[in-house]
Ligand binder design. Sequence first.
Ligand code: ADP
Ligand code: MG
Length: 352
Amino acid sequence: MAFIELENVTKYYSDSVCALDQVSFQVESGEWLAIMGPSGSGKTTLLNLLGCLDQPSSGRVRIGGTETASLNHQELTRFRAETVGFIFQQYHLIPYLTALENVMVAQYFHSMTDEPSALAALERVGLAARAQHLPAQLSGGEQQRVSIARALINQPRIILADEPTGNLDAANEEIVLQILERLHDEGNSILMVTHDEKVGRRADRRIDLEHGRIAQTTVFSFEENENFDEVLEHMWMAIEGTTHNEATHFSEAERRRLTSTMTRIGLLDAQMNFTEEGRRRAASVIRRHRLAERLFTDTLDLRDDQEIESNACTFEHILSPEVTERICTFLGHPSRCPHGSPIPPGPCCGRE
Ligand code: ADP
Ligand code: MG
């Protein structure tokens, strides 16, 4: 049984307003799902049903095997507090409480005096130093991080986020997405509403709503992201004039499908050139690949080109930013791969 199951969920606000119309889908534990669609398509309604803030007019919502409609008011309140953490576009912080107090008001199992765990939650979002500040003394990005800490305080099994980056600039959007990414890596289930293609792509899968119905489902699996990386890498090397050792294993049709998705999600422009983000991501893959090659030759003394290449191809997809920077530093910030091609510098190199 899937962790979250929706079966023919319909929501009428009145006789004439049908916000959700026979919606069915499942979410596995640990999955990150993006819910997308134009304004008024039912995204918030769907999130509210998942968060037990509202009940469907018909159909079933099952979470962890519990059918939410079977719970009475008191059970529902408890279930919600134990199971879901909400992150909203507007933060919804209480203006006259400090960051720490805002996190503490959401504590469910603990008394108001369990300050250490609230502080620990702020620490996780990098805001321990701002614990005593009021919301008005924090930037929008910081306020959203406080609201994330508040969502995490009861260790919910599901994180529900309604346009969590909707009010943020690009830099803060990235910080919030990285926090969500970490929560995802730790095994949390995340359901996130967004209308931004780029934000949606950070999820494993996306569901597009239109007029309260599922119009489309798109899977961004690990494999698909590897495919995007592969295409970016080929393009980088074509521009650089180096040859790619690996046989191109995409058919023409597959490549067309990939580049069209990559255009839609902002990695390539209409002329099939890198966007700024695409270029950055390509440089990052190339960097990881070439640092891995250096590591294998310099440190592990591997000499077989074929073996180096195939291992580097695995490594480039799984190296986290932190480990990449450590390897680079460990190797003394090399500027060239073993074959002499340049390694794009990273934050640790001080030459970006
Ligand atoms: P989205 O989040 O995708 O913009 P919503 O779920 O907020 O969409 O709304 C879906 C539809 O339901 C819209 O037509 C909206 O006007 C209507 N709606 C949402 N909330 C209510 C409500 N509390 N009462 C009446 N109609 C509502
Ligand atoms: Mg909405």
